[in-house]
Design a protein around this ligand. Sequence first.
Ligand SMILES: [Zn+2]
Length: 140
Amino acid sequence: MKVPLALMDEILVHAREEFPNECCGMVASKDGLAVKVFPAVNAAASPLRYEIDPMEQLKIEEEIWDAGWDLGVIYHSHTRSDPVPSETDRNLAFHPDSIYMIIGIAGFDREVPLEEQKPADVRGWFIRKGVSELAEMEVV
Ligand SMILES: [Zn+2]
């Protein structure tokens, strides 16, 4: 999956806005290239888990299908731990063909200038039948 820098920035901004809660959203893709970010509300409003409201998820998925795109990425942030799928993440992953992107921003401090902070650690995963493996992602 190739992710244009501008789209990755949108996701990072979303993750920082929601910190210390987890953010979540989806990214449409076409032929392996990310084309549009759909930020969603974390209905759980929690630093430990995320939950995309089913109605909002449906609305986004319909827009993606109507445009002839794929649901390329489902993203959320980890604000206290490494960007590795948790047991809950693995158990609740129902899209074997989408990349589960996790934005690791543990230690983020909105009072400190960004350039003085550790960059976000972003990793993509395929999660199939409860098992996760790293997916290739490239910012272009
Ligand atoms: Zn998670």
